[in-house]
Design a binder for this molecule. Sequence first.
Ligand SMILES: [Zn+2]
Length: 230
Amino acid sequence: MRDRDDFSAEVKDKLARRVGFHCSNPTCQKITSGPQIDPAKAINLGIAAHITAAAPGGPRYDANVAPEQRAAIDNGIWLCWNCSHLIDSDVLRYPANLLWQWKKDAEARALAELEGNPSGPDAPTAAKPQTLHVDPTTIYINPDNPPVAAIRELLEAVFFNAPDDLHRLCLQDKLFRPVVKQFGSNYGLDDMIDNLISYCFQYILWNDLLTMVADKNQAQFDRFAPKLQA
Ligand SMILES: [Zn+2]
C-alpha cells in the first residue's frame, strides 16, 4: 500500500501546462520554467502541490477523499517553489477552497492570454502590482461564517445612490441572474441585498459577489477589504 498519493508525471505536466507554467497564486504569477545553459535542458521551479494532502497528517488532509481522488488532477495546483511552501505553512490562511479558487482563476488567466485577451480583469499584464487595489479573489470568506455585516455595508455603500445598478449587474452575471427573479417590483436596495446574501449563503458565491462589486467600485471595495478579511 502506498503511503502517499502522489501525482503521476502526466498529471504534473498537465497542471503546469493548464496555467502556462505560471504560479497559480494570484499575487505571484511567476513563470516557473525557462532555459538552462545546456541547450537541451529546461529549468523547472514549479511544483504540483496537493490541495488536500497526499498523506495523513499533511496540510489540508481530508480522510474522506479517496486515494485515487487525492492523486487526481483535480486535487493539484501548480505553484512556484516559494508559494508551495507558503500554502503549507499556514493552512488556515490557505484552505482548500481558496486554492481551488486560485486554480480556477489561474486557468482563466492562461486562457485569456491564449485567446489574445490579456486585458481581462486580473490578467498578468494588468497594472495590479503598481496599484494598491485589493484583489477580491485573495480574500478568504469562511462559508460557515461569512462577514455578512461587512458585506451588507459594502453593498449599501456602493449602491445606495443607484439601486438599479445592482439589479442590472446581477442580471448581466449568469451566476447571479437567478436571484433577480426573486426581486419584487417594489423592492428597495435593502430587500435586494437580503436576497443576494441568502443566495450567496445557499450557493457559496461570496467571492463571486465580491468580484462583481469590486469591478463596479474598486475604491469602495478597497475601503471595506480589511473588514471583509477580519
Ligand atoms: Zn508563486
